[in-house]
Design a binder for this molecule. Structure first.
Ligand code: SAM
Ligand code: SF4
Length: 437
């Protein structure tokens, strides 16, 4: 009988992609990948540690496996950043967990599962090395292929657990990246998304690899229709990178550049390595080079000691920068980090209020920005279907577009924008309307 594995993922795109690699490793070992927990012999929870809430979500899901275990034999593995940081303590905390895995060495996961299944032992393996032979990912999307270019992070921003959960930054050899991109192109993927915690520091640990701008140009010339990348760090953003983006038509006009705060004191405490002025200068330079550039960002509200005035500095940065979208989060103290030693002194209600004020300002800006597109034509890569039978996809600058008209997932179609909301544009496919020959 075929062995079946179910994988559930929390967290960022890096985690989502690592689950694709886990699925690849399990498939290579003869497992079928199933999409329902109650049909699986092996359940893998790939968890996030970036905020407390992500941890709580994972712990909240353990009950569903406990329920299954009462009725039949199921093996549960918990891992990713969550497994890496907590290690064997997870086994002590929950009897439902059979094994713990970390953020490296996914190719050896099936062997660990077999050991646990055969011997009935419980194990925590979080000291694995990077894979020599990387698993071939089982991709969830048939349109956009995620390709890792760097693992880990060496920045140690004061609030962030990623360097502890994922280790120091390691650049992947360019030949491996280009081979994976080429395979994706040959398989019909229209887009590649280059992934790393800090993609624009690519190559700093291995000078023979060249910098990010060189890699970006090489990827853009593989024949892929679109190249995206995330995340970039303001401190490492160079003119050469902006030039590479601007001169390669296949590179999308989207820059995700986390600012985190608009207050110079808070940025200093966070150890981000730039000021508010420098951040605004960078996006100004980038927009001068690419008039149609969409800049998006991450912001933390309620960092320890953030005063009302410092929060207002963040609001005014958001007003000035006119982001296309903002991922905003309330500060959450994380174990091992430097900021966790400071009192988490912005009260929860105040953090919530700041978050809501920020989102309100951003919704207004996004709506104003999106309205500028009404009546214009944008190229949309169709990614999926909406519940009411329409389709959705992304414009070249990463804006979400709801598309009416007959279009197929994976098509790159011209769309005339007819309406705008804060979260998306709405338009009609010009191909299905017969307006484009
Ligand atoms: N490397 C990216 C960068 O620096 O731009 C960010 C990657 S991090 C996993 C994603 C986002 O999570 C961060 O940009 C930050 O806004 C948020 N984040 C990280 N630690 C956090 C914490 N302790 N509390 C709240 N948000 C946090
Ligand atoms: Fe975390 Fe900072 Fe690294 Fe981003 S750059 S992953 S915020 S330590």
């Amino acid at each position: 009988m075929a062995k079946r594995v179910y994988i559930e993922t929390w967290g960022c795109q890096m985690n989502l992609h690592q689950s694709e690699e886990l699925a690849g490793a399990m498939r290579a070992a003869g497992y079928d990948i199933v999409d329902a927990l109650d049909r699986a012999d092996v359940v893998l929870f790939n968890g996030c540690m970036v905020r407390q809430k992500a941890e709580e979500k994972l712990l909240g899901r353990l009950g569903a496996v406990v329920e299954q275990k009462r009725r039949r034999s199921v093996i549960l593995g918990v891992g990713g950043c969550f497994g890496q940081v907590h290690g064997a303590a997870i086994l002590a905390r929950s009897a439902a967990v059979d094994f713990v895995f970390g953020t490296r060495g996914h190719a050896s996961l099936p062997a660990l599962v077999e050991r646990v299944a055969r011997g009935g032992e419980r194990a925590a393996v979080v000291d694995a090395a990077d894979d020599e032979k990387e698993p071939v990912p089982v991709r969830r999307s048939s349109v956009s292929a995620m390709v890792t270019i760097t693992e880990g992070c060496s920045n140690f921003c004061s609030y962030c657990i990623v360097p502890y959960a994922r280790g120091p930054m390691r650049s992947r050899p360019p030949e491996r990246i280009l081979a994976e991109v080429q395979t994706a192109v040959d398989e019909g993927y229209r887009e590649v998304l280059l992934l790393g915690q800090n993609v624009n520091s690519y190559g700093r640990d291995q000078s023979s690899y060249g910098g990010f701008e060189k890699l970006l140009r090489r990827v853009a010339r593989t024949g892929v229709d679109r190249v995206r990348f995330t995340s970039s760090h303001p401190r490492d953003l160079t003119d050469a990178m902006i030039e590479a983006m601007a001169s390669e038509p296949r590179v999308c006009r989207h820059l995700h550049l986390a600012c985190q705060s608009g207050s110079n004191r808070v940025l200093g405490e966070m150890r981000r390595g730039y000021t508010r002025e420098r951040y605004l200068e960078i996006i100004d330079t980038a927009r001068k080079a690419m008039a149609d550039l969409n800049v998006t960002t991450d912001i933390i509200v309620g960092y320890p000691g953030e005063s009302k005035e410092e929060f207002r500095d963040t609001l005014s940065l958001v007003e000035q920068a006119r982001f296309g979208s903002v991922y905003a989060a309330k500060y959450s103290p994380r174990p091992l980090t430097r900021a966790a030693a400071s009192a988490d002194d912005v009260p929860p209600a105040e953090k919530e209020e700041r978050l809501q004020r920020l989102l309100q300002v951003q919704r207004r800006i996004a709506l104003e920005e999106n309205r500028r597109f009404v009546g214009r034509d944008v190229m949309v890569l169709i990614e999926g279907r909406t519940r009411d039978g329409g389709s959705y996809g992304r414009a070249e600058d990463h804006r979400t577009v709801v598309v009416h008209g007959t279009v197929e997932v994976g098509e790159l179609v011209p769309v005339r924008v007819a309406g705008a909301a804060a979260a998306a544009l709405v338009g009609v496919s010009l191909v299905s309307e017969g307006a484009v020959s």
